[in-house]
Write a protein that binds this ligand. Structure first.
Ligand code: FAQ
Length: 304
């Protein structure tokens, strides 16, 4: 039987019953739980617009997207369960602030253009980050990512299509799109995490092949991918330092406000308190459903 180090060196997958260092298990639980929580909390900014969608078609698309996010959360909680975690416990850790979720979901959605921009930029960043995670060393996580990425890519296209439609509309609609891009651009760059020099987990997660690229590498990839899309759309990205660097073969870009990222991760973003309060309320209001499901399961087990 191969040891953990041999499996990693051979670029094979670690499975739930394999031996693994406790620190690897903890890192996987941390990342998978944060990812799951992000999907569930991430339903809120867009969910707000389901009852305010401008047409039946837009409402059907948005409903499907938000439901997909619930599904992603569930696959990811199931992946965390393979590491011996209890889902109820993970939810408790989220609502009492012991575990994190992505900073991006602590910003408000002020107009329907935000729904399009979240699809384009936030799902775009999520895809950039998650496609390499399909080759992550922990089997259940890597396999969950394959389906998640397929669905995220539909999400990204729906966002871009929505924005294309608005950009073909009135001057007021175009201004709404530009305003949403101005507000979401920098927070989207922050989704990739702190710069590599300030990222305490990257080196070890790269050595264990949990992460395949560093935070800065993925951020650069996202910028390079997004600039031509912004040009095609006809919006300006709010960064005066953004320009093509032929020598590097990449775009240069400005520095995100890393203090803002720290503040938002630390609980002091525009919507942190509201997001957690909503999640806590939903959890409390769902108690009767969990009790009924457990009673039903007990009854079924007792029936010969
Ligand atoms: N927000 O040392 P690193 C989605 C934390 S996509 C909050 O660099 P690591 C889809 C980090 O956890 C969003 N916290 O850490 C969707 C660590 O904290 P800890 C979710 C952040 O793990 C779209 C500390 O800072 N995607 O949901 C952030 O090596 C639209 C130091 O950082 C994932 O979770 C941040 N932005 O790299 C849904 C992807 N950045 O625990 C709805 C999987 C860093 O040590 C609508 N995760 N932190 O105290 C990852 O790829 C990695 O965990 C990173 C962070 C890249 C996020």
């Amino acid at each position: 039987m191969s040891t953990f180090d041999e499996v990693i060196a051979a670029d094979q997958r670690i499975e739930p019953r394999d031996e693994m260092p406790e620190a690897y298990r903890k890192t996987m639980v941390r990342q998978i739980a944060q990812h799951a929580h992000s999907e569930i909390i991430g339903m809120q900014p867009e969910g707000y617009w389901i009852t305010r969608a401008p047409s039946l078609r837009r409402k059907a698309i948005l409903l499907a997207k938000v439901q997909d996010e619930a599904g992603h959360g569930l696959y990811l909680y199931a992946a965390a369960e393979t590491l011996g975690m209890d889902r109820a416990d993970l939810t408790e850790r989220l609502i009492d602030g012991r575990q994190k979720y992505s900073s991006i979901f602590n910003y408000p959605t002020l107009s329907y253009a935000d729904v399009g921009v979240i699809g384009w930029l936030v799902d775009g960043a999520a895809i950039c980050n998650q496609v390499p995670l399909c080759r992550s060393s922990y089997g259940p996580y890597a396999r969950a990512m394959i389906r998640v990425c397929k669905e995220e890519s539909f999400h990204q296209r729906q966002g871009y299509e929505l924005l294309m439609t608005m950009m073909g509309g009135t001057a007021a609609q175009r201004a709404m799109v530009q305003d949403a891009v101005d507000r979401w651009w920098w927070p989207s760059l922050m989704m990739f995490g702190p710069p590599d020099a300030d990222s305490p987990n990257t080196a070890r997660s790269m050595a264990w092949r949990i992460k395949r690229h560093t935070n800065d590498e993925l951020r650069q990839k996202f910028v390079d991918m997004t600039v031509p899309q912004a040009e095609r759309l006809g919006v300006t990205l709010p960064d005066p330092e953004l320009r093509w660097n032929a020598e590097r073969g990449h775009h240069d870009f400005g520095t995100p406000d890393w203090d803002e990222l720290k503040r938002v991760i630390g609980g002091d973003g525009p919507c942190n308190a509201e997001r957690i309060a909503n999640r806590r309320r939903a959890h409390e209001e769902g108690a009767w459903v969990r009790e009924a499901a457990a009673a039903h399961a007990r009854k079924k087990e007792a029936t010969p």
